[in-house]
Design a protein around this ligand. Structure first.
Ligand SMILES: C[S@@+](CC[C@H](N)C(=O)[O-])C[C@H]1O[C@@H](n2cnc3c(N)ncnc32)[C@H](O)[C@@H]1O
Length: 380
């Protein structure tokens, strides 16, 4: 989105928005004008509204979270703070890395099975995407899904706005209601819509960034937002050889290292801190007992940092734990989904799954699947 469009809020609703859909008075609607599509022969121009709902997710909580996390015995920082504008750019670069199999694998699954997924979710829905980032993956499904409203939800405001704008340009039929909020805390959908069925998309295995108990609570909240019969399409990274996992989070070009260290740059800027980035190095390993990748920043020497007026000491070799990425097997994820109140309907993977249902068959795949996409239905 260009700056002039962003600085010019339009409060009028777009006429083509379904009558039952109302934006609250704190929402800002950004209107953009773009060249007519080939089918738009009457006006020569076509306008579309990006409705932007800013629920102001971060500043005060970030200070308290960071000070609290760095005060604990195992120092930690929440991964949700990775995503300032630079963090979002670096994440997009990670998605292009040869070692980072999840993005290309999930997109391949969406491409191969998109029609079946769309048939499950249904057309004409209010479609919420959680942690939408660049809204790349949903593009594979949009033509088949034709949602009444697409609602990307993300904590990274500028990136969300840019992505929403370019998506609306690429898909002229789309009504976009972008919501900037922190999905890890309860929030309401900022629309009143009692007409369209609800569906949600949660790709990227971001579910793995929650501790399992928090993942269960989060899924329950998503189910409550969807209502009875609502469906969730969720991407889940699978347990696999630790060498494949560790390579994905320790890439040769050190883009993931830059992404991890950018957290300290952000804290320096936003919390008046003085971390010396040369005193920390990135590392990630698979913790097989807990079935999770852990990302850490390791202090390479004894040092101090001042953050928001408080001093913190770091020993040589001491770590700040910055991210967990839990890996599941299919049954383990289904257990989690059921405990949260969902019923698993279908799962798609990049390789056939050996169900073991016919002990005489010789169908064990040569390679186990890397990634899975699940359709879950909310039991209510
Ligand atoms: C790992 S990236 C995944 C991006 C994209 N969905 C994909 O699959 O490639 C996580 C995305 O979720 C957003 N995000 C992370 N934590 C969040 C939170 N607590 N609330 C809202 N968005 C969050 C980030 O800004 C980022 O866009």
């Amino acid at each position: 989105m260009n700056m002039s469009a962003r600085q010019t809020p339009y409060l009028a609703m777009n006429n083509s928005t379904p009558g039952s859909l109302a934006s609250d008075n704190w929402a800002m609607d950004y209107q953009s004008t773009r060249q007519a599509s080939a089918s738009d022969t009457t006006s020569g121009k076509q306008t579309s509204a990006i409705h932007f709902h800013d629920l102001h997710p971060t500043p005060a909580d970030m200070r308290a979270d960071v000070l609290d996390g760095l005060s604990s015995a195992q120092k930690r920082l929440s991964p949700k703070y990775f995503y300032d504008a630079q963090g979002s750019r670096l994440f997009d670069a990670i998605c292009e890395l040869p070692e980072y199999y999840p993005t290309r694998t999930e997109i391949a699954i969406l491409r191969q099975h998109g029609a079946a997924m769309a048939a499950r979710l249904g057309r004409d829905a209010l479609l919420v995407e959680l942690g939408s980032g660049s809204s790349l993956k949903i593009q594979v499904l949009l033509e088949a899904l034709r949602p009444a409203v697409y609602m990307p939800v993300d904590i990274s405001k500028d990136h969300l706005l840019q992505s929403a704008e370019s998506l609306a340009t690429r898909f002229p039929f789309l009504q976009v209601h972008a919501v900037c909020t922190d999905y890890s805390v309860p929030f309401e959908l900022p629309v009143e819509d009692h007409v369209h069925p609800r569906a949600a998309f949660f790709p990227g295995s971001s579910i793995g960034n929650f501790e399992p108990a928090d993942a269960q609570r989060f899924l329950t909240r998503v189910g409550e937002l969807l209502g009875p019969g609502g469906r969730l399409l969720v991407g889940v990274d699978l347990i696999k050889d630790h060498r494949v996992l560790e390579a994905a989070y320790n890439d040769a070009d050190e883009v993931t290292a830059a992404f991890n260290l950018n957290l300290l740059t952000r804290i320096n800027r936003e919390l008046d801190a003085d971390f010396d980035l040369t005193g920390f190095r990135h590392t990630a390993w698979f913790n097989s007992d807990l079935s999770r990748i852990e990302m850490h920043l390791i202090s390479t020497r004894e040092q101090q940092a001042r953050i928001a007026g408080r001093d913190f000491a770091f020993r040589e070799g001491e770590s700040i734990h910055t991210e967990c990425s839990y890996k599941y097997d299919i049954d383990g994820f289904h257990r989690l989904a059921r405990q949260a109140g969902f019923e698993p309907e279908q799962v798609w993977t990049d390789q056939p799954i050996d169900t073991g249902s016919n002990p005489r068959s010789n169908t064990a795949p040569d390679q186990p699947p890397l990634f899975s996409v699940h359709c879950l239905v909310w039991r209510g």
